[in-house]
Design a protein around this ligand. Structure first.
Ligand code: UD1
Ligand code: CA
Length: 461
């Protein structure tokens, strides 16, 4: 691309290509490798995050094997190029040519199976690329575990001369401990042309790695940005590597939250996914899994033994040994042990749930208390209601769900069955063991099976 110039300044456009077309046979999975999650997000999502802020155009994801599955994960956060047949990493990059040629003068290439590569490393490589005059700059690291990676071959002066794939390496080359990480920065025009010159490998693939020796043969001195933390190079090719990546990502996430002011009693057994947010001075006890898009406020105590998925939690909330899914909790809620909040459970300020409570598609109003083993489903419950031990909303007739409405300041006696649809008026009471099949007006005591009005209630009741 011709660089546009305004008053002598070059306008540089940087684009990025992320390779995600491979099957990843070594994973032995029906899913494409790059959608396997690390800390709750697909590997390809992590790689997208490492580059998206560094480039001027939406990253181009090269997809092929089960392309739709990969595209469904990323949606419009990237644009897409297609590689119909997986003929190697060099061929995959060439598939993005039509999307980018003439639009960018610098092109980053990264691999979607390198979820731990940090943005800072990509930035370091870009800075090194700018300094030199080689049309390609690469990244490498020195480590102990080969993981099947390409070896970086240098001459006696220490200059890079080639990347040799493990399968093609001589015994001497196999002993090299500098590995190719697979993040590259290219001058675009040179790249498009060099890709056409990659020879076919013994495996019948076109290796992107071969562009390095092409540049060296043209007389360029190819520089490699050395990534210091070898953990950044954990690119899962099988599920053993996947677990290693998960562990490192989990440590990174936990460390980030601790530095932001969250206490984690034992980070070794605390699992916080990448999409979670946590407020200051919250304490996370062991064996806690915080998943999905969960948001937790300040000053909370969470766990031990708690799983929270896609749930919004206010400030100063205490949750002990419970499971929460797609629920919403306001400030000062206390719950557990052994509660289960399911989809659509909303607990307003100051609600208390004791042991063995289950709530689904229901709202419990401010200061309502439900101390012992109850099931509340499809219910709207007002403020300051006491829900006695063993209360159940009988909301399902075998075909349909029916609603229950309970007003403010109601007292539901122990073991009450609320046979929905049913409404209980403000300040009413049910006797222990009542089976309520008809609406109860305000200020009324009902008892029995089926429940009947016993009397109207006075202010003094
Ligand atoms: C590749 C490098 C190796 C490097 C390692 C580190 C080559 C030839 N080898 O090996 O030097 O040390 O990465 O990460 O580049 N892909 C496609 N289309 C294809 C083939 C692969 O899109 O035709 C994608 C895959 O989805 C994957 C990435 O490219 O995201 C890498 O492919 P993979 O087979 O894992 O390469 P490695 O053997 O790890
Ligand atoms: Ca790989």
């Amino acid at each position: 691309m011709e660089n546009e110039t305004t008053e002598g300044y070059e306008i540089m456009t940087t684009a990025s290509i992320i390779l995600a077309a491979g099957e990843g046979t070594r994973m032995r999975s029906k899913l494409p490798k790059v959608v396997h999650p690390v800390a709750g997000k697909p590997m390809v999502w992590h790689t997208l995050k490492a580059v998206e802020a560094l480039v001027d155009l939406p990253p181009v994801l090269v997809v092929g094997f089960r392309a739709k599955t990969v595209m469904d994960e990323i949606g419009d956060q990237a644009s897409y190029a297609f590689q119909d047949e997986q003929l190697g990493t060099g061929h995959a990059v060439a598939c993005a040519r039509t999307a980018l040629e003439g639009k960018a003068d610098t092109v980053l290439v990264t691999f979607a199976d390198m979820p731990l590569l940090r943005k800072e490393s990509v930035q370091g490589m870009m800075a090194l690329h700018k300094k030199g005059d080689s049309p390609v700059t690469m990244t490498s690291y020195i480590g102990e575990e080969a993981r099947g990676f390409g070896r970086v071959v240098r001459d006696s002066a220490g200059h890079v001369i080639a990347i040799v794939e493990q399968a093609d390496a001589t015994p001497e080359q196999l002993a090299i401990r500098e590995y190719n990480l697979s993040a590259y920065c290219f001058d675009a025009e040179w790249l498009w042309e060099a890709l056409m010159r990659i020879p076919i490998s013994s495996k019948g693939e076109y290796y992107l790695t071969d562009v390095v020796s092409l540049a060296v043969n043209e007389g360029y001195q190819v520089e490699s940005f050395m990534v210091e933390d070898p953990d950044e190079a954990i690119g899962p090719n099988n599920r053993v590597h996947l677990a290693a990546a998960e562990k490192v990502m989990r440590q990174r996430i936990n460390q980030k939250w601790m530095l932001e002011g969250v206490t984690i009693i034992n980070p070794e057994v605390t699992y916080i996914e990448a999409g979670v947010q946590i407020g200051q001075d919250t304490v996370i006890y062991p064996n806690t899994y915080l998943r999905g898009s969960t948001v937790i406020g300040e000053g909370c105590e969470i766990g031990p033994d708690t799983t929270i998925i896609d749930t919004l939690i206010g400030n100063n909330v205490k949750i002990l040994a419970s499971v929460l899914e797609r629920a919403k909790l306001a400030d000062h809620v206390t719950m557990g042990p052994y509660c289960h909040l399911r989809k659509g459970a909303v607990l307003e300020e100051g609600v208390h749930l004791g042991n063995f409570g289950e709530v689904k598609d229901s709202t419990l109003g401010p200061d309502t208390k439900m101390g012992h083993f109850s099931y509340i489903g499809n219910a709207q419950i007002g403020k300051n209601v006491n829900i006695g031990a063993g209360t159940i909303t009988c909301n399902y007739d075998g075909e349909k769900k029916h609603p229950t409405e309970i007003g403010d300041d109601v007292f539901i006696g122990s073991d009450t069955m609320l046979v929905a649809p049913v409404k209980i008026g403000d300040r009413s009471k049910t006797g222990a063991g009542a089976v309520v099949t008809q609406d109860v007006p305000p200020d009324t005591l009902v008892i029995g099976v089926p429940a009947k009005e016993k009397r109207k209630l006075e202010k003094s009741d």
